[in-house]
Design a protein. Sequence first.
Length: 183
Amino acid sequence: MAKRLDRIVVVDLESTCWEGNPPAGQENEIIEVGVCTLVVHTGERADRASILVKPERSQVSEFCTKLTTLTQADVDAGIGFREACQRLQKQYATKDRVFASYGDYDRRQFERQCTARGVAYPFGPTHLNVKNLFALHHRLEHEVGMDGALRMIGLPLEGTHHRGGDDAWNIAAILGRLLGGAR
Ligand code: AMP
Ligand code: MG
């Protein structure tokens, strides 16, 4: 099937994390899938969402709550990882559209966790790395963080940094600029 280029699905993940390596017996797991679609023709952002995912092999540490604001109680109310992947496909047609994220982390974490759990990878073959595109477009020597990119182009950081839904919304704005906005 040909790729649908009507919208780009911007995704930003939050995962369980610690100051260093995971404690014995735990591993990094997705706890939030932030989504925002960019309507290519208009440059508008739509369908902002935050899907909370209940971890099975790890717990939300105090460090993780400080970073993301997410608590164990928040993610305990979330859905399973398999269900979250199915929702992405059904609701956003992620198999047919282009998947974008800021850096390679989000794609790799999906790949890792899908393999580890025997869950079907919810995206198609094409991934846009907005962090890399941004640096190339601006002829930077090094890639910059999302907050730095927003500052460089004079856009506000809306919402809470390190919350997936808000990060996806802000990344979609950066991608919109890179694609030249409305036309
Ligand atoms: P972000 O999209 O930048 O909010 O980061 C995605 C995920 O990467 C977070 O949910 C954490 O699991 C991990 N992460 C980001 N920054 C840090 C950090 N300073 N220390 C440990 N893990 C981090
Ligand atoms: Mg994030």
